[in-house]
Write a protein that binds this ligand. Structure first.
Ligand SMILES: Cc1cc2nc3c(=O)[nH]c(=O)nc-3n(C[C@H](O)[C@H](O)[C@H](O)COP(=O)(O)OP(=O)(O)OC[C@H]3O[C@@H](n4cnc5c(N)ncnc54)[C@H](O)[C@@H]3O)c2cc1C
Length: 394
């Protein structure tokens, strides 16, 4: 079968690879001059180096992502600590601690004061159990409660980064799915991982190479404006584009921003190579050789701030917390306005499934109804599902 895949983000690439593996001929259309969509690297002239559009953190329980990387030969390009550790610092008090999960499924770590969040008591971890019962209408905050250090130092940062939505607005349902596939399976499934060189080098370029060497027709800079009648197609574009291409399709309509800052500076990468920060604007810090990158998720709340003010404030937090020079180094602030859909109950209810009203037209994308938050794992899983739905007609 010949299949058109529209969109070369991770969902489209996963679908294209799956279909190619199954022996189908893929024509992959990408509107932009380069593939990758919301997960890409580029050379930044101002900074004089390659950077990612945003830090992307994975967990070793993201099994569809690991299988995708294995397939395209890029599994070894992920890096991260050998142990399931998450170092944190409080930017106000300066206190630092490291969450040290144990590798097995039984959570021994919560019984050890040295391994869990400082200022928390064992019984408070029942909040994690409550998340197991989450349904779509439950907001994270309502379900786990907002009092105490467990919320401020773990559950809130976890929810913001996993759901890209403030916990008082976010449905806890997709967080339940993330926890079930990671922390609940144990530390082995919760090892933090990220791309060694860059997102394109890990997720995108090897996939394009893999596809090309197997005969797929990869067309960059070709925007698709209508579907070809009768053509088997995977539509793997953002929701607002999908709604234009597929008649009668209802899609999520609200989005959250993510802000990433890249500073041309160096610091000690510490034990893990990254930190979670609480109490300030900065949320996650990743240290590469000579670039320090900071992520701020659910960033709509900062939309009124200009980039210079954000850079000054974030660098101020880093300088104070890590004892760095206070002069703001050369930097790039990248604001992804529609980084993901908002994970509210109302928006999640608008996520469509894989199949459309047209028999051989399937949907893929992190915004479709994957059960997961809008993440790399969700995008790849949706691409695989779209490919399999085409191959196995309803
Ligand atoms: C700053 C940032 C940080 C993030 N951090 C994380 C993280 O830490 N962990 C994580 O798991 N996820 C993270 N994500 C989410 C992750 O990047 C996305 O879930 C994933 O990249 C989505 O892939 P996709 O293929 O569904 O969509 P997209 O990447 O949006 O791909 C859609 C593609 O379709 C193309 N297209 C659009 N219109 C057309 C057309 N008419 N014809 C042809 N092509 C078209 C677009 O150019 C694009 O390449 C982050 C996202 C951002 C923006």
């Amino acid at each position: 079968m010949s299949v058109h895949v529209i969109g070369a983000g991770l969902a489209g690439l996963a679908a294209a690879c799956q279909l190619t593996e199954l022996g189908h001929h893929v024509v992959l259309f990408e509107a932009a001059p380069q593939a990758g969509g919301r997960a890409r690297s580029y050379f930044d002239k101002q900074l004089g180096c390659r950077i990612d559009n945003g830090n992307h953190l994975l967990l070793s329980g993201n099994i569809s992502t690991l299988s995708y990387l294995h397939r395209i030969g890029a599994r070894r390009s992920l890096i991260g600590p050998a142990e399931p550790i998450f170092p944190f610092r409080d930017v106000v008090s300066g206190q630092d601690w490291t969450l040290r999960l144990n590798k097995g499924a039984f959570p021994w770590w919560v019984f050890s004061r040295a391994r869990r969040v400082p200022g928390t008591r064992l019984l408070q971890y029942r909040a994690l159990k409550r998340l197991r019962t989450a349904t779509r209408p439950d907001s994270v905050s309502a379900l786990v409660g907002t009092a105490g250090q467990l919320y401020h130092r773990l559950l809130k940062p976890l929810a913001i980064s996993a759901l890209n939505t403030m916990p008082e607005d976010a449905s806890a349902e997709p967080l339940r799915a993330v926890l079930a596939e990671t922390i609940e399976r144990g530390g082995y499934a919760t090892l933090p991982r990220w791309a060694r060189l860059g997102l394109s080098e890990t997720f995108i370029d090897p996939a394009l190479e893999w596809l090309r060497t197997r005969g797929a027709d990869v067309r960059m800079g070709e925007r698709v404006t209508e579907l070809q009648p009768g053509q088997a197609t995977v539509v793997a574009v953002p929701p607002w584009v999908a709604a234009e291409l597929v008649p009668g399709l209802h899609v999520p309509t609200e989005f959250e921003s993510i802000c990433n800052l890249h500073f041309r500076a160096q610091m000690d990468p510490g034990e893990a190579g990254f930190w979670g920060l609480v109490g300030g604007m900065s949320e996650w810090v990743f240290v590469r050789k000579d670039v320090i990158s900071v992520t701020i998720s659910a960033a709509n709340r900062y939309a009124d701030m200009d980039h210079e003010a954000i850079a000054a404030r974030v660098w101020g937090e880093l300088a104070r917390t890590f004892k760095l020079d206070s002069a703001v180094p050369p930097n790039r602030v990248l604001w992804e306005k529609r980084a993901t859909i908002r994970g509210t109950p109302a928006q999640l209810a608008l996520r469509p499934g894989t199949r459309t009203a047209i028999a051989n037209v399937m949907l893929a994308g992190d915004w479709t109804d994957t059960g997961l938050p809008a993440t790399i794992e969700g995008a790849i899983r949706s691409g695989n599902a779209a490919a399999m739905a085409l191959v196995n007609p309803a």
